[in-house]
Design a protein around this ligand. Structure first.
Ligand SMILES: *[C@@H]1O[C@H](CO)[C@@H](O)[C@H](O)[C@H]1NC(C)=O
Ligand SMILES: *[C@@H]1O[C@H](CO)[C@@H](O)[C@H](O)[C@H]1NC(C)=O
Length: 516
């Protein structure tokens, strides 16, 4: 059974990558860094090709996550292309994302094992099912955001702290130290907010006597200094700025200068009232039950709750800043589900409880299916550029301008099929002399005047002269909203009608134009 559950977790994660292979703007720094490392290598004479010198983003981010991902993926790219499984650059993007999601899924499998060991196999089963029934964690853990890189070591630490025999009250010294060291490195290199999770874990370790204050200081300082040296060396090199500590630069920019507030400020309770319910779905009420009935769960949830409380003090809030607490809440929810289905089995109350738990998990699945469908239609830029590459695959001298929306919704470097770099293990492209132009804020007039540009992937056609200057070649639709369609209920009918109650409304998002 254990292997089946591992396959379930891994399969769900990979399925999300295959269903939505394209990426959005938030992922692009790490995605493009991974692209550049795989395609160009890291020699200093190759750095000038790197994308981040052209599009640096608001704050510098660490290359270390991308470096590890690229080094893990590179041999697999070679292997897969020798089998003929990789024929385009987009296939490499998919493979890179599969590698990342596999790493995250393996950590969840480890947590599942420790749950089985500590709380019983049925609780482990519920943990796997609840995790797979949710949307955000499985969907996002294969996306190249710094948070999803940080999730790997954070989940490893969660596993280490959770994993012990049912009757033991403490993890061993060295396990505690390893977890604290991992979290310290993650905070220094990848995501500084992990420090807010580390603080309550350290407090708990001290109060419960897992280790001593002197040892924690020793472990923390050692891990902190080694990680600091690593990130400063690696990132100063890749950014060509000396000395650079990206996470400190991020704190300076976002917290000290308060720039993150420019992305929007939410009220203090937002994580508790909006983001956690959305991340957890029905695991939230189940986790409350788990916390009520089992002291070990209360101990487990202490640090995540303090973390969410602390990070609520920052004005700018995003659900992905608190993704790290989802596995711990799912453990609590699994414990709650196990308790509900385990008592008074065989009686009518027992059966009712079982039914309630199944209904809650099914509700998660329904929400996830709806979200997944909407997401699949939410990358018009990726679809448009793929269609464009296909349509003009034997045309030379194409100079295509990619609008902002297209660049943000999937037109990543891996879709520059007909422009260099051409990796030697892919078949050479049939078309040559292509330019993919992502220059921002060019209006219809300047695009028309600039005669070098032969094609446009535009957000709207209204300002273009479609009579004389441009031809509309194709349009690409994307998700717009859900339409509730209660009329079908009146006609009665079966499952098919029931499924038609909500239908997805799509509208044209992008247009492919060709110069006349
Ligand atoms: C915990 O349980 C295991 C197996 O049931 C047993 O071998 C071990 O001695 C127990 N440890 C403590 C501290 O009670
Ligand atoms: C993109 O197009 C603009 C406008 O014609 C031009 O100024 C710019 O140099 C182009 N960029 C590239 C990379 O060719």
């Amino acid at each position: 059974m254990s292997t089946t559950l591992d396959i379930l977790i891994l399969g769900t994660a990979c399925l999300h990558v295959l269903l939505t292979p394209y990426t959005k703007v938030e992922e692009s720094f790490n995605l493009h860094a991974t692209h550049d490392i795989i395609m160009y290598g890291i020699g200093s004479e190759r750095l000038s090709h790197y994308d981040h010198f052209v599009f640096p983003g608001a704050v510098p981010r660490s290359f270390i996550g991308s470096l590890i991902l690229a080094w893990l993926s590179r041999p697999l790219v070679g292997l897969a292309s020798s089998f003929g499984w990789i024929t385009t650059k987009l296939d490499i993007q998919i493979l890179v994302r599969l590698v990342l999601t596999t790493l995250n899924a393996l950590m969840l499998c480890l947590i599942r094992r420790s749950v089985s060991r500590r709380f019983g196999r049925l609780t482990g089963l519920y943990f796997a099912i609840i995790t797979c029934s949710q949307f955000h964690l499985p969907f996002w853990m294969g996306r190249t955001l710094p948070n999803m890189f940080a999730l790997v070591p954070v989940n490893l630490a969660t596993y280490l702290l959770l994993s012990r025999a049912p009757n033991s009250t403490k993890p061993s010294y060295w396990i505690t130290h390893l977890a604290i060291g991992l979290l310290t490195s993650t905070a220094v290199i990848l995501r500084s907010e992990v420090l807010l999770l580390l603080a309550p874990i350290v407090l708990q370790a001290l109060v419960s006597g897992y280790t001593t204050f002197a040892s924690i200081v020793r472990v923390g300082v050692t891990a902190g200094l080694v990680s600091l040296a690593l990130t400063v060396l690696v990132d100063s090199y890749f950014w060509q700025r000396w000395p650079l500590w990206p996470e400190l630069a991020g704190i300076y920019f976002n917290v000290y200068e308060g720039k993150s507030a420019e992305w929007g400020v939410s009220p203090p309770h937002t994580y508790f009232t909006s983001f956690l319910p959305r991340l957890l779905l029905s695991a939230l009420p189940l986790s409350l039950i788990g916390a009520l009935i089992d002291g070990r769960i209360r101990e487990l949830l202490f640090a995540p709750l303090v973390f969410v409380g602390l990070i609520s003090a920052l004005g700018h809030k995003e659900w992905r800043f608190v993704i790290y607490v989802v596995p711990a809440f799912n453990v609590a929810a699994a414990r709650g589900a196990r308790w509900l289905t385990g008592i008074r089995k065989g009686t009518i109350f027992g059966r009712m409880r079982f039914f309630i738990v199944m209904a809650m998990i099914s509700a998660n699945c329904a929400v996830t299916i709806i979200h997944t469908q909407a997401s699949m239609a939410n990358y018009p830029g990726g679809l448009a550029l793929s269609a464009f590459n296909e349509r003009y695959s034997s045309t030379d001298n194409v100079h295509v301008h990619i609008s902002n929306l297209a660049a943000q919704t999937g037109a990543s470097l891996f879709l520059h099929a007909h422009a260099p770099p051409y990796p030697p293990y892919l078949a050479p492209p049939r078309a040559s002399h292509w330019t993919y132009n992502k220059t921002e804020s060019l209006d219809a007039k300047s695009l028309t005047v600039s005669t070098r540009i032969t094609h446009i992937i535009a957000e709207s056609t209204s300002d273009f002269d479609l009579q004389r200057k441009w031809t509309l070649v194709d349009s690409v639709a994307g998700f717009d909203h859900w339409e509730k369609n209660f009329a079908v209920l009146k006609n009665g009918g079966g499952l098919k009608e029931l499924l038609a109650i909500v239908t997805m409304a799509q509208i044209d998002k992008l247009y492919i134009l060709e110069r006349r």
